[in-house]
Design a protein around this ligand. Structure first.
Ligand code: MCA
Ligand code: AMP
Length: 510
C-alpha cells in the first residue's frame, strides 16, 4: 500500500470528509454573493489550501488554536476550512465582543494566531501579545487584509493533514453560569457525525441552494448551515448579515433557509413576505431559541410552509429535530437525532415518562470537554458518560420532546445566550452600585431581552443611562440591558438567595 492510499483510508479530518462530497465538477458555484460575485468549489479548495500553507509555513502547528474575530465573508469561511485542513483548531469569536471579553478568550485559549478586523488590530495587539499570540493577521469586510497579502505567494496545493476523529477541530466559547465562559472542545468526529445526521434527517441534495443569513461564529451559522451545504455539494447564497428585505428578495433563488426565531418574526413583520417569495423553498428550519407558537402558525398561514424546529447546543451540535417527513409540532423540538437521550432529575435518576427533567445526552456529537477545565467537565458528565445539558425537557404523549425551561440561569436574546452572572459581576464593580440582578423578560423581536435591577450604594446619583453606558463600554451589545430598574433592595428568600422569579414578574412589559 503506498503512502497516499494509506492516508486516504485513515484520514478522519473533517475537511477530507467534505472534499469527498464536493461535486465532481469543481467549477460549480460554492458561494454566491448578492453582488453576483461567485466562488467555485475549485476556489474554495485553492484558497483554503493557500491559507493552510501560509499558516503552517509561518510557524503554526497542528493542534494550535487560531482565534478569529472577523466580519462575515467567504474568505473567513475559507480560513475556517484552512484551519481544518491543516489540523489547526478554529476558535471563532462573536464580532460584538469587546476587548475585555477578547482578553479572557485569548489568555484562556493561548492561540498561536489571531485574525481580526483591521480596525481592531491596534487595540487587540497588546492583549494578543500578552496572551503569547505570535501572529496577528487582519481580514476586513471586503475579504482583504494581511491574511490575504501574506498568503498570496503560497501554493494552493495542500495535502490535508491527517487527523483522527478524536483530534480537536474547533473550540467554541459558551457562557457559563458562574460568569466565566467555557471553551467547548469539538472534535473532527463530533462535527462530521452531526453534519451527517442533519443531511440525512433534512434530506439535503446536491441541487439544494442554501440562503445563509446567520453569523458564522456560532454553531448555527458555521456548523449546522455550512456543514450541510459542504456535505451535499450545495450552492450557498451568502448574505453578510440578516436583513429582512434582502432575504425576501433572495428567497426565490433558494430551497433551504435556516434562522433563529427573530429572523422569522422580522420576515412576518414585512408586508411583502408571502407565498411568492417561497415558491422554490422546500425547507425552513428554526432554532437556537424557542420559536413561539404564534410565529409558527402565522408562518404557515402566510407561506404554506411549516417551520421545522430543532434544538441543540455548542457542546453537542444538533440534538433533536422535528421530522422532515411527518408532523412538525409547534412548541416541540421533535425527536432525538443520532444520539442517546434520557430525562433525569437533579440527582441523575431517570424520571417517569411524561415528567419534566433535565435532558442528558450521549453520542458521537457530544464534545470532548471544556478547554482547561477538567473539574467543570467532570461535573457536567454523569459517570456513565452522559452530558447534562441543563435544559428542562418533557416527552409528550406522541413522543415529541418539548423544552419547558432551563435549570441554568440563562437568557436567550435574538439567538444569543446571555448568562446573567457575567453582567452582574460587571455591574457589581460599577462605582455607586451595591448589588445587581439581571433577568430576561419577553421581547417582541428578540424573544427575550436582558433587564437589570440595581441597588445603589448609599446616596448615589447613578442613573439608568449611566448603568447602560457602563455595560456598553465593556460587553457585547446584546448583553447590554434594554432597561434598568433602580430599586431599594433585591427580593431574597430565607436562605438569602435573590428571587429572580419575582424580579421577572416585576420586569414584565406593561
Ligand atoms: C443586536 N442587538 C441585540 C441583539 N442583536 N440585542 C439583544 N439581542 C440580540 N440578539 C442590539 C444591537 O446592538 C442594537 O443595539 C439593537 O439591539 C438593535 O440592533 P439591530 O440592528 O436590530 O440588530 P441586528 O444587527 O439586526 O441583529 C439582530 C439579529 C442578530 C439579526 C437577530 O442578533 C443575529 O444575527 N442573531 C443570530 C444569533 C445566532 O446566530 N445564534 C446562534 C447561536 P444599539 O441600538 O444599542 O446599538 S448557536 C446556538 O444557539 C445553538 C447551538 C443552536 O441551537 O443553534
Ligand atoms: P449555546 O450556548 O449557544 O450553545 O445555546 C444552547 C442553548 O440554546 C440550549 O442549551 C438551549 O437552552 C437553547 N436552544 C437551542 N435551540 C433551542 C430551541 N429550539 N428551543 C429552545 N431553546 C433552544
Amino acid at each position: 500500500m503506498n503512502k497516499n492510499t494509506k492516508s486516504i483510508m485513515t484520514n478522519e479530518n473533517l475537511y477530507h470528509f467534505f472534499e469527498r462530497k464536493f461535486p465532481a465538477d469543481k467549477s460549480r458555484t460554492a458561494f454566491e454573493l448578492p453582488s453576483g460575485k461567485t466562488y467555485s468549489f475549485q476556489d474554495l479548495q485553492d484558497t483554503s489550501g493557500r491559507f493552510a500553507n501560509y499558516l503552517i509555513e509561518s510557524g503554526a502547528k497542528p493542534g494550535d488554536r487560531v482565534a478569529v474575530q472577523v466580519h462575515k465573508t467567504v474568505e473567513a469561511v475559507f480560513l475556517y476550512l484552512a484551519c481544518l485542513r491543516s489540523g489547526l483548531v478554529y476558535l471563532p469569536l462573536n464580532t460584538a465582543y469587546k476587548s475585555a471579553e477578547i482578553d479572557y478568550f485569548l489568555s484562556d485559549a493561548s492561540p498561536a494566531v489571531l485574525v481580526c478586523d483591521p480596525s481592531n488590530r491596534t487595540e487587540l495587539l497588546d492583549i494578543a501579545t500578552k496572551a503569547g499570540v505570535s501572529n496577528v493577521l487582519t481580514l476586513d469586510k471586503e475579504g482583504q487584509g494581511s491574511l490575504i497579502s501574506n498568503s498570496g505567494g503560497h501554493s494552493s496545493e495542500f495535502d490535508t493533514t491527517i487527523r483522527t476523529g478524536e483530534d480537536l477541530a474547533a473550540i467554541l466559547y459558551t457562557s457559563g453560569t458562574t460568569g466565566r465562559s467555557k471553551g467547548a472542545m469539538l472534535t473532527h468526529n463530533n462535527l462530521a457525525s452531526n453534519a451527517q445526521s442533519l443531511v440525512k434527517a433534512w434530506e439535503f441534495e446536491e441541487s439544494d441552494v442554501l440562503l445563509h443569513a446567520l453569523p458564522i461564529f456560532h454553531v448555527h451559522g458555521l456548523f449546522v448551515a455550512l456543514h450541510c451545504a459542504f456535505l451535499s455539494g450545495n450552492k450557498v447564497i451568502f448574505l453578510s448579515k440578516f436583513d429582512a428585505d434582502e432575504v425576501i428578495d433572495t428567497l426565490p433563488k433558494a430551497t433551504v433557509f435556516m434562522g433563529v426565531p427573530t429572523f422569522y418574526v422580522r420576515l412576518l413583520a414585512s408586508q411583502k413576505f408571502g407565498k411568492e417569495s417561497c415558491h422554490n423553498m422546500r425547507l425552513f428550519t428554526a432554532g437556537s431559541a424557542p420559536l413561539l407558537e404564534d410565529t409558527f402558525n402565522e408562518f404557515t398561514a402566510r407561506t404554506g410552509h411549516t417551520i421545522l424546529e430543532r434544538y441543540g447546543m455548542s457542546e453537542a451540535g444538533m440534538i433533536t429535530s422535528n421530522p422532515y417527513n411527518g408532523e412538525r409540532i409547534a412548541g416541540s423540538v421533535g425527536f432525538p437525532l443520532d444520539n442517546q437521550v434520557r430525562i433525569s432529575d437533579e440527582q441523575g435518576n431517570i424520571v417517569k415518562d411524561g415528567d419534566i427533567g433535565i435532558l442528558e445526552i450521549k453520542g458521537p456529537n457530544v464534545f470532548k470537554g471544556y478547554w482547561n477545565m477538567p473539574e467543570k467537565t467532570a461535573a457536567e458528565f454523569r459517570p456513565d458518560g452522559y452530558f447534562i445539558t441543563g435544559d428542562m425537557i418533557r416527552k409528550d404523549e406522541k413522543g415529541y420532546y418539548r423544552i419547558v425551561g432551563r435549570s441554568k440561569d440563562l437568557v436567550i436574546s435574538g439567538g444569543y445566550n446571555v448568562y446573567p452572572k457575567e453582567i452582574e459581576s460587571y455591574l457589581d464593580e460599577m462605582p455607586g452600585v451595591l448589588e445587581s440582578a439581571v433577568v430576561g423578560r419577553p421581547h417582541p423581536d428578540f424573544g427575550e431581552a436582558v433587564v437589570a435591577f440595581i441597588v445603589l450604594d448609599g446616596e448615589n446619583s447613578v442613573t439608568e443611562q449611566d448603568v447602560i453606558d457602563f455595560v456598553k463600554d465593556k460587553l457585547a451589545n446584546f448583553k447590554v440591558p434594554k432597561q434598568v430598574f433602580i430599586t431599594k433592595e433585591l427580593p431574597r428568600n430565607t436562605m438569602g438567595k435573590v428571587q429572580k422569579n419575582e424580579l421577572r414578574a416585576r420586569a414584565q412589559p406593561d
